[in-house]
Ligand binder design. Structure first.
Ligand SMILES: C[S@@+](CC[C@H](N)C(=O)[O-])C[C@H]1O[C@@H](n2cnc3c(N)ncnc32)[C@H](O)[C@@H]1O
Length: 252
């Protein structure tokens, strides 16, 4: 065993691993995450129909040919709003079916690593699997560098100073609520910008923060784009897009 293997450790049969794979650049995986990606019996990942799967794409350089993989394909993603009952029913059924497949593998004594972008416990689909299996099987969560952390690093933008209050806001909020929350905070991260880009920009402008707002698309990944939100072209952003409002607290 090399020093890396000793530190990263190995996978135990019958255990589910929620593996945080970080914001995009494979070099930002933790040692534990990298070790497990190489060692688990089954590498499982969520994917949108017809696409590779975001977390799977991040760890691609670590997956040797011939590894056993389990693709869990969402029946629906952003075709309809999450508030839609049809969406909720389909996604719920999907998680139930995924849990059945995963349970079967775990009962067979396989170690399964379910990949999660960023950190598994931060707005992660993994959490819907975890809450159904917690207590029934051994589960280890491997924390990951969050997308927001990767984005503020790449934007060269320290996010909180002194006693700054940081708010993490989903761009799916209504415009009025978004504006109000932004006006109340010192620093903010707006997640899930994508199709909400124009609404987010209006809210940031109304809160008087446009001058400080930074738009980051695909932070740390290939195709990364970083620019002032005011200069971002009209329209919508990709799935991996967020807005950063750095705080202006105490600087010594
Ligand atoms: C469902 S959340 C998953 C968050 C993830 N678990 C984490 O720890 O960052 C997906 C949202 O995170 C944001 N995001 C995550 N990684 C990103 C990246 N590398 N660049 C830009 N936005 C990112 C986007 O706003 C995206 O819509």
């Amino acid at each position: 065993m090399t020093g890396f293997d000793t530190i990263a450790g190995t996978a135990t049969g019958g255990t589910l691993y929620g593996i945080g794979v970080g914001p995009g650049d494979v070099r930002y995986l933790t040692l534990r995450a990298a070790g497990l990606v190489r060692d688990v019996d089954v590498v499982a990942f969520f994917a949108k129909r017809g696409l590779q799967g975001n977390a799977r794409a991040i760890v691609d350089p670590l997956i040797a040919p011939g590894r056993t993989e389990l693709r869990l394909e969402y029946p629906v993603t952003d075709e309809m709003p999450p508030e839609d009952l049809v969406y909720q029913e389909q996604i719920k059924r999907f998680y139930e079916e995924s849990v059945e497949v995963l349970s079967k593998l775990l009962r067979q004594g396989k170690s399964v690593g379910l990949l999660a972008e960023g950190d598994p416990f931060f707005y992660g689909s993994f959490m819907h699997i975890w809450r159904r299996l917690d207590g029934d099987f051994p589960i280890e969560i491997v924390p990951g560098v969050t997308g927001m952390s990767g984005c503020w690093t790449r934007a060269n933008a320290p996010i909180t100073w002194g006693n700054d209050i940081l708010s993490v806001l989903p761009g799916t909020l209504g415009e009025e609520q978004l504006t109000r929350r932004l006006a109340e905070t010192d620093a903010a991260i707006i997640m899930k910008v994508g199709k909400n880009l124009e609404k987010v920009r209006r809210a940031v402008t109304a809160a008087g923060l446009l001058g400080r707002a930074i738009y980051v698309e695909r932070g740390t990944m290939q195709g990364e784009q970083i620019m002032p939100l005011s200069e971002c072209p009209d329209g919508s952003g990709p799935y991996f897009s967020m807005v950063l409002i750095p705080g202006q607290g105490r600087r010594l």
